[in-house]
Design a protein around this ligand. Structure first.
Ligand code: NAY
Length: 294
């Protein structure tokens, strides 16, 4: 697990004008992210719009990201799906494409029993062919609520090395850290990275590491150096940007910023995610100018 600690960008998926995946932009985005000092890439997550893509497209993104990374950084593939079959197929691909770990949201839409969810993760761990598995706990979007006991049952599955905690429950983060200090804990809400690492997280996965990775790298450096006031100041600088993203829609705003920063060629997300225009565009233009100047 320590090898998987650190800051990993939840990689966005750039599209071309026809809405197809744009390999050259993906490459440029990966260079930009790793150039900011970010430790790795979390490929095919919420930010990557994986659940708005076909299985073939998800495979394409996983392949393209691994090629573009060229051995730089940690590669974590998000393989979770509505069902076990697609998740296993993607986990197998990660194992053969040079990924260091797989991660998976719980199975969504149907309301599965706890036993069903446990076997979904066991099946993914088997398909991952020895790659460590990171459970992606995101009750807000998945609709699946896990108690501490449920999470502990998931952590006990052979191959499961930790958890990506996208939850504002910092008590649960601290409990996971205290009761399972050997497990990997990655903080999922960028707004709370400092709170997360102060509560025991070993790092984080974030959508906004795509656009301002250097700020989070500096936040973590200050925290590790014992400079809490300095780390809080960096969190504040990140959150001033996050305030706008949360107001105008995180994923469309993120794409719009990457477009205005000239890293990707079109600002679009997959429908039914919103498009950015009008007042939102003007507010984000100012942020793009600020970030481009850093
Ligand atoms: C993913 O899979 O893309 C992520 O884990 C990214 C983590 C993000 N969570 C969600 C639900 O989007 O970066 C966060 C989030 O966008 C940010 O904190 C703003 O709320």
């Amino acid at each position: 697990p320590p090898a998987l600690a650190g800051l990993h960008a939840a990689l966005a998926t750039p599209y071309d004008a026809d809405g197809a995946i744009a390999p050259a932009c993906l490459e440029r985005l990966i260079d930009f992210i790793l150039g900011q000092g970010i430790d790795g890439l979390y490929v095919g997550g919420s930010t990557g719009e994986a659940l708005l893509q076909s299985t073939e497209e998800r495979e394409q993104v996983l392949h393209l990201a691994a090629e573009a990374a060229q051995g730089r950084g940690v590669l974590i593939g998000q393989v979770g799906s509505v069902g076990t079959r697609e998740a296993q197929r993607l986990a197998k691909l990660c194992a053969s494409a040079g990924y260091h770990a797989v991660s998976a949201i719980p199975p969504i839409y149907f309301q599965h029993s706890k036993a069903g969810i446990l076997s979904y993760y066991q099946d993914i761990a088997e398909a991952a062919d020895g790659l460590p598995v990171i459970v992606y706990n995101i009750p807000k979007l998945s609709g699946v609520q896990f108690s501490l006991g449920d999470l502990e049952a998931l952590l006990a599955i052979p191959g499961v090395v930790g958890m990506k905690q996208t939850s504002i429950d910092m008590y649960q983060m601290e409990q996971l850290h205290r009761l399972h200090p050997e497990k990997l804990l990655l903080n999922g809400f960028d707004e709370m990275l400092l709170a997360g690492i102060a509560s025991g997280a070993n790092g984080g996965v974030g959508s906004t590491y795509n656009i301002m990775g250097a700020r989070y790298v500096e936040l973590l450096r200050r925290f590790r150096a014992g400079d809490n006031a300095g780390a809080l100041e960096m969190q504040g600088r990140c959150n001033a940007v996050l305030d706008a993203l949360v107001t105008h829609g995180v994923f469309p705003s993120l794409k719009y910023l990457l477009y205005r920063m000239k890293i990707i060629a079109t600002p679009v997300c997959r429908a039914p995610l919103d498009r950015i225009d009008g007042a939102a565009a003007r507010a984000l233009d100012a942020i793009a100018a600020e970030l481009s100047a850093e």
